[in-house]
Write a protein that binds this ligand. Structure first.
Ligand SMILES: *Cc1c(COP(=O)(O)O)cnc(C)c1O
Length: 235
């Protein structure tokens, strides 16, 4: 099932790129494997997936040692400062940085582990109460502050758009965050690149690609529905 799903998602990515005149090579598909068991990740790996997204530190720690070393792990969930030390040398990109204090801790732990940490600044573009992320207005300031820290490098922006029935409803938000990334890029801040735009999930990744996403985070569309009940029982 994973294989068919992956092929379908890749085909959809190709279509969205074609529609918007983009090169599919510009778009990285992150297989969001949170709550899914290791054999399923192995299946996706066998089918060619190398980018995996997880939203819990513990799950990265559990899966990291038992899966091939050429996997790129993406931390896409809210990150607590006291847990940065466990993953800073294991993940290739932290998508969810929304405060200076968190960035400071990433910088400190990266130094300690002798790595360079690549991060995205998470923006709550629709200003939803329930979501993490900085506001559009605060984003400039936050980027400028984080840029001065050593061993941490801003590569772009990430957003989690609202949950909607019709993906077209999120098009305007994707446009806004893309515009924000262009505005930040124009400031030419040292140590800041805006090459990554992480946006789009199972319900809306095609629209996100049409609006400029360079990374899409697809879980359900690849691995099927998540059963949260079960994970809670085993926790
Ligand atoms: C779970 C999750 C996804 C994937 O969601 P799907 O709707 O299953 O594709 C993407 N991004 C983040 C931040 C997530 O937590």
């Amino acid at each position: 099932m994973v294989k068919e799903n992956l092929l379908q998602v890749q085909e959809n990515i190709r279509k969205a790129c074609e529609k918007s005149g983009r090169n599919p090579k510009e778009v990285t598909l992150i297989a969001v494997s949170k709550t899914k068991p290791v054999p399923m990740l192995k299946e996706a790996y066998e089918d060619g997936s190398r980018e995996f997204g997880e939203n819990k530190v513990q799950e990265i720690m559990d899966k990291y040692p038992v899966l091939p070393p050429d996997i790129h792990w993406h931390m896409i969930g809210h990150l607590q400062r006291n847990k940065v030390k466990y993953i800073v040398d294991k993940v290739c990109l932290i998508h969810s940085v929304d405060s200076f204090r968190l960035a400071e801790e990433i910088s400190a732990q990266a130094k300690k582990k002798r790595v360079e940490a690549d991060i995205l600044v998470e923006v709550n573009i629709a200003q939803e109460e329930s979501k993490f992320g900085t506001s559009r207005e605060e984003a400039f300031c936050l980027v400028e502050e984080i840029a001065r820290l050593p061993h941490i490098h801003i590569k772009g922006l990430m957003t989690i758009a609202p949950f909607v029935e019709n993906p077209e409803d999120n098009r305007e938000y994707f446009r806004q965050i893309r515009q924000l990334s262009v505005d930040i890029m124009r400031k030419n801040i040292d140590n800041v690149s805006m090459s990554v735009l992480s946006m789009g999930m199972t319900g809306d990744y095609m629209v996100a690609i049409e609006e400029g996403a360079t990374m899409v985070r697809v879980g359900t569309g690849i691995f099927g529905e998540r059963n949260y009940q079960k994970t809670c029982e085993t926790d």
